[in-house]
Design a protein around this ligand. Structure first.
Ligand code: BJW
Ligand code: ZN
Length: 263
């Protein structure tokens, strides 16, 4: 763990000093924002995107599977990939990191959870996240005629169904590369970034505009705490880096929150 608030002591003392400092910031924060990425769900068994060996992009081509051009080129291929991922999500459970964030929300004046994840695990843990990249559980019309449905169980696994309103393909309601994020959703996330403290959990910080939110928070005077077992592009912004996994570090980080009176 790395703490920028003073000289870095060595070994175990550094770890506990960073955790204590992070808890101290939490204890004094009124407006907290959290940005999560795929790493937050890794310990639920959901693969990340960019892990060199187990990440989805190590095995699959993002432009073939996560772009509109890729979908138009081979709708059944892309649909089957998402059906496989919906199956992973259906068999997964929220982990201790999701639960720690859900329990923490009532202890602050404002606690906004912004996620890039499309797996619905934060919601299942009891949070109400701002879902920047949509949800794999919802299906929408490719032509955006307005048709949307939220029942993943009824979806066929092999070929995308047709829109009952306009007969175009149905597709997962996620944000693919080159697509704009929903404007109102992005505005909510940017408003949430006006905070005292932003936690950045399990994201490589490579995908924009999500990756710009911690810098925005910092510019407005927030402290930034990163939880990630690996170095990320956002580390240079961090006040504190907790070098561990979400399911281990988040319960530790919030362990004392119950003892802290809400403001
Ligand atoms: C753990 C852990 C554990 C492991 N505990 N941690 C500005 C600059 C440059 C480029 C752009 C820019 N603005 C826009 C762009 C283009 C593009 C972009 O950002 N490209 C970059 C990759 C270069 N952005 C877009 O196209 C976006 N649209 C847009 O901006 O529209 C306007 C526009 C269009 C065209 C040009 C310019 C502007 C849309 C982005 C949509 C991203 N979609 C995906 C797929 C979603 C659907 C699906 O799931 O199928 O979203 S891609 C994928 O990446 C997914 C994720 O949400 C996203 C971020 O990944 P994340 O969560 O960070 O995961 P990883 O795998 O990268 O990292 C995991 C981390 O966890 C690692 O650090 C691990 O160490 C850590 N970890 N285990 C804690 N147990
Ligand atoms: Zn339609």
């Amino acid at each position: 763990m790395v703490c920028r608030d003073g000289p870095a002591p060595a070994g175990r003392r550094l770890n506990s000093a960073s955790l204590d400092a992070a808890r101290e910031y939490l204890a004094h924060a009124r407006r907290v924002a959290v940005l999560t990425g795929a790493g937050n769900s890794a310990e639920s068994g959901i693969p990340t995107f960019r892990d060199a060996t187990s990440g989805l992009w190590a095995k699959f081509d993002p432009m073939q599977l996560a772009s509109e051009d890729g979908f138009r080129a081979d709708p059944p291929l892309v649909w089957r990939w998402y059906a496989w991922r919906r199956g992973l999500v259906a068999n997964a459970q929220p982990n201790a990191g999701h639960h720690a964030l859900a329990s923490a929300q009532s202890h602050f004046d404002s606690f906004e959870l912004i996620t890039q994840n499309v797996d619905g695990l934060h919601t299942r843990a009891g949070s109400a996240p701002i879902e920047l990249h949509g949800s794999i559980l919802r299906t929408v019309c490719l032509a955006r005629c307005g048709f949307s449905q939220g029942d993943p169980v009824s979806l066929p696994p092999g070929e995308p169904p047709r829109c009952p309103q306009c007969n175009d393909w149905l597709r997962p309601d996620v944000v693919w590369f080159g697509e704009m994020l929903d404007g109102a959703t992005l505005q909510r996330a940017q408003a949430a970034a006006r905070c005292d403290l932003m936690l950045v959990i399990g994201t490589s910080g490579l995908v924009y505009p999500a990756a710009g939110l911690p810098a925005e928070a910092l510019r407005r005077g927030a402290k930034v705490i990163i939880v990630n077992p690996q170095a990320s592009d956002l580390d240079e912004l961090a006040t504190i880096v907790l070098r561990g996994t979400a399911a281990v570090e988040l319960p530790r980080l919030f362990a004392a929150t119950d003892a802290v009176p809400s403001h």
